[in-house]
Design a protein around this ligand. Structure first.
Ligand SMILES: Nc1ncnc2c1ncn2[C@@H]1O[C@H](COP(=O)(O)OP(=O)(O)OP(=O)(O)O)[C@@H](O)[C@H]1O
Ligand SMILES: [Mg+2]
Length: 245
């Protein structure tokens, strides 16, 4: 049987009278990179937040390896928030602490590793994000792209099985965008599954195994990048032409 690491079944979510999700169905397989596209306000970030329980869905089920997680208490959700890591749209570094402390924060919070072990883990992570030796710098000393990578390192430090990227390259210049994408590629090679929310179609096509489009509250397209680029689905066409313009 085909393995599924994360499954969204018939998700409905409204904010007051604003119905955002009207029956979203989605599956993510181990190691798979899934690109999630959709217009601004279509509910991409809200969907990621629902997956880790920062929003509660009105109807439907969210399953991690076959186990329901949408109805868990905040406390019961904690281990799943380690397995499913959310890399925030804003990067969300703590401004008053340095790079080392930012990356190490979840280790101090959730593990019993010694200080030396934590130093080793952070050093490995700094190597992975190409910021070796920068542990003493403050977030304000870093470029936007470096800040994003430090944020991603913090999301990765507890070895999640899934990472949810909310527009990781938004607002970055081309060089920094490439750096972030190359880090995402490295993490993919390590076997991490991911959902990549982006407006950057070429990045999604180059990185992802599958692309889905969220439109009017449902998944309007689901296929591999080649099927996406050749699709005659008018919603996909609208996306592709708006990007070419
Ligand atoms: N906590 C909230 N309370 C009320 N409305 C919300 C909340 N979160 C999201 N919304 C509304 O839900 C809709 C979807 O928002 P969401 O942030 O998920 O869109 P998005 O697809 O991520 O857009 P973008 O591409 O601009 O980031 C918007 O109309 C937004 O105003
Ligand atoms: Mg968003």
């Amino acid at each position: 049987m085909e393995q599924i690491i994360l499954e969204l079944k018939n998700i409905h979510k409204s904010f007051d009278k604003n119905q955002i999700h009207k029956g979203v169905n989605l599956t993510l397989h181990p190691g798979e990179s899934l690109g999630l596209l959709g217009g601004s306000g279509s509910g991409k970030s809200a969907l990621l937040r629902s997956i880790i329980g920062l929003e509660r869905v009105d109807q439907g089920e969210i399953l991690f390896k076959g186990q329901r997680i949408d109805n868990l208490s905040e406390n019961a959700l904690t281990p799943y928030r380690i397995k499913i890591s959310y890399s925030f749209q804003s990067g969300a570094l703590f401004d008053s602490i340095n790079v080392f402390e930012n990356i190490a924060y979840p280790l101090f919070e959730h593990t019993k590793f010694s200080y030396l072990q934590i130093q080793d883990k952070v050093a490995d992570m700094l190597k992975l994000i190409d910021l070796e030796g920068k542990q003493e710098l403050m977030p304000s000393d870093l470029s936007g792209g470096m800040q994003k990578r430090v944020g991603m390192a913090r999301s990765m430090i507890l070895n999640p099985e899934i990472i949810l990227y909310d527009e990781p390259t938004a607002g970055l210049d081309p060089a920094n965008t490439l750096n972030v994408i190359s880090l995402m590629q490295k993490l993919k090679k390590k076997g991490l599954a991911s959902i990549f929310v982006t407006h950057d179609i070429p990045a999604a096509v180059s990185l992802c195994d599958r692309i889905v489009v969220l439109n009017q509250g449902i998944i309007a397209f689901n296929g591999n990048p080649e099927e996406f680029q050749n699709s005659e689905n008018p919603i996909v066409q609208k996306f592709l032409t708006s990007f070419k313009e």
